[in-house]
Each structure stands twice: as C-alpha cells, then as structure tokens.
Design a protein around this ligand. Structure first.
Ligand code: G3H
Ligand code: 13P
Ligand code: ZN
Length: 308
C-alpha cells in the first residue's frame, strides 16, 4: 500500500483492454467514497486534484487525506495533477509527492505544447514522476460544423507520434468529442471513434486518456431537478461509448461531474426530506454513500473492477 506510479497500471490496462478510473477529489468525503468503492471492487485507482481543488482545500490537506486513505484501505493509489497549466504548478506537485502530473498546453500552438510538455517531462522523469499531455481541444463536436472546424478541435492523428517522440510524455489525452461539465452535447451524443482508431494505428501501445467522460447520469440529474435544482438539458457521454473506448487503448478515464451530481442531488434530497437537518454529517454522509455507489458502478463500466 502506497502512493504509486501509473506506469505498470497502464501497461496492464492496455494489455487487458480496460481503463482505469481517474476521479477528481476536493474533500474528505469524496476521497473516502472513491477509495472505499475501489477497495470493495478491487480496482486500480487514480485520484486527481485540479488547480481549483488545490486552491479550495490546500494541497497539504489533500495530501494527508490521500495518505490517510492509503493507510485506511491498504490500496495502492496514483496521485495525479489534473490540467496543470504551467511548469510551476507541475513542479510544485512533483516536489510535493505526486506520482503523476498533467501538463495541459493543448490550447497553445503545437510547437509550444511540445516545448512545455518536454520541460515538465525533463523535470519529472528523473524524480520517477510520469507526465500526461494533451492534443486537441475538449469541446463538443456538433453535427453542423465543417470538416475544417472539426479538424481544429479534434486530435490530429498525424501529430501524435511526433508529439510523443519529441516530448517523451507517458500518456496522452486526446480530444475525440467529449467536453467537461454537465452539458456535453446539444444534439445526439457522438464520439469520433474513427479518430481514436487512427491514433491507435500511429501509436499502438501507448496509453491514451479520455477527459470529459461523465455520462451525466440521468437519475441524478432528475433527482437534482426534483429537489430544487435547475439543470435543464444536461447530457453526457452514454456509458456504452465509455466502455467501447476503454477497450480501445483509452487507459485512463476522467470523471468528476458524475460525482458532483451524485453528491449535490443527494444533499438536496436530504434537505427536502428534513428541512430541520443542520448536522453536516447527516447530509454529507448520505452524499458520500451516493458517490461510492456511482464509483462502484463506473469501475464496472470501465472494466477495471477486479483488476487491482
Ligand atoms: O477538468 C475539470 C475537472 O472537472 C476539474 O474541475 O477545475 O472545477 O476543479 P475544477
Ligand atoms: P467530466 O466533467 O465529464 O466529469 O470530466 C472530468 C475531467 O475530464 C477532469 O479532468
Ligand atoms: Zn479534464
């Protein structure tokens, strides 16, 4: 039991055609829910902090909570920085004990993305830390956009090998039509599986990452809306598409929104049931249980239950 690297975990995931869940964490209840779910399902696990999570909870608290979860559950856990946008935040996480960082320079021109990713890799690798990078832009791809617009958003398969060769990054997030948050598609959900196949042809044994992979589970959207929430038209990636991607060299799948929805809808429901409830344990406890059920379910969708 330790905070571990994802290197071997990804090798096994690629070989056995499943994906590892990477769940965003912001507080104690979320960490407990996810780690208990992974323990019960015997699944490999990545916990990830965004810059926003570090700001909200402070890195030192989150680090100690993750260490406590390792001690409590006996799990091996990968500790990852999600969407590091510059060298400094990546360095701070590497120096602070993370085993994996993402440098997200996907909005920058290709050469600048290469330069920044390589700078992070050169700092991370001698310290045993692995690096995720990104190509393409995370944005929903609607039916009515042109081929040129599509090319500008989605990963360009012709750039992938050159990018990996030049940067020596350890995994690569690729844009294939997902986006962050609860509103991913205006019309029918669609992922560019053709692009994914083309990328796999160029780099057949390389771990790929899918961001924006929440399915925006309708039962939790409904529960939220039934208890005073307002999430009209929220729509995510259907879970059969996530399972399909997990069998196609997507070795890491990022999920945050589904946990937020489980938590918030449950807290709303508890307040509705008992407006006199002012004991945080009596609404955060049920919220933690709801997150745990969602994570257990997702681990089966990804195919990683039983793979630890
Ligand atoms: O990439 C987005 C994740 O859901 C993290 O979101 O930046 O609000 O913490 P956040
Ligand atoms: P969702 O918003 O779909 O959960 O995506 C989370 C994510 O990609 C975090 O990096
Ligand atoms: Zn993301």
């Amino acid at each position: 039991m330790a905070i571990v690297s994802s290197r071997e975990i990804f090798k096994k995931a690629l070989k056995e055609h499943y994906a590892v869940g990477a769940f965003n964490v912001n507080n104690m209840e979320i960490i407990q829910a996810i780690t208990e779910a992974a323990k019960e399902e015997k699944a490999p696990l990545i916990l990830q902090f965004s810059a926003g999570a570090r700001k909200y909870a402070k890195q030192v608290y989150l680090m100690h909570l993750v260490k406590a979860a390792v001690e409590d559950t006996g799990l091996d856990i990968v500790l990852h920085l999600d969407h590091g946008e510059d060298f400094e935040i990546c360095k701070s996480c590497i120096d602070g004990g993370f085993t994996s960082v993402m440098i997200d320079a996907s909005k920058k021109p290709f050469e600048e993305n290469v330069r920044l990713t390589k700078q992070v890799v050169d700092y991370a690798h001698p310290k045993g830390v692995v690096v995720e990078a990104e190509l393409g832009r995370l944005q929903g791809v609607e039916d009515n956009i042109s081929v040129t617009e599509k090319d500008a958003i989605l990963v360009n398969p012709d750039e992938v090998k050159e990018f990996i060769d030049k940067t020596k990054c350890d995994s690569l997030a690729i844009a294939i039509g997902t986006s962050h948050g609860a509103y991913k598609f205006k019309t029918e959900p669609k992922l560019a599986f053709d692009r994914l196949s083309q990328v796999i042809e160029k780099v057949p044994n390389f771990p790929l990452v899918l961001h924006g992979a929440s399915s925006v589970m309708p039962e939790y959207v409904k529960k939220c809306n039934e208890h005073g929430g307002k999430l009209p038209g929220a729509k995510g990636v259907p879970e059969d598409m996530i399972s399909k991607a997990a069998k196609m060299n997507i070795a890491k799948v990022n999920i945050d929104t589904d946990l937020r929805l489980a938590m918030t809808s449950t807290i709303r429901e508890e307040f509705d049931k008992d407006p006199g409830n002012f004991d945080p344990r009596k609404y955060l406890g049920p919220a933690r249980d709801a997150i745990k059920q969602v994570v257990k379910h997702k681990l089966h969708v990804l195919g990683c239950a039983g793979k630890a």
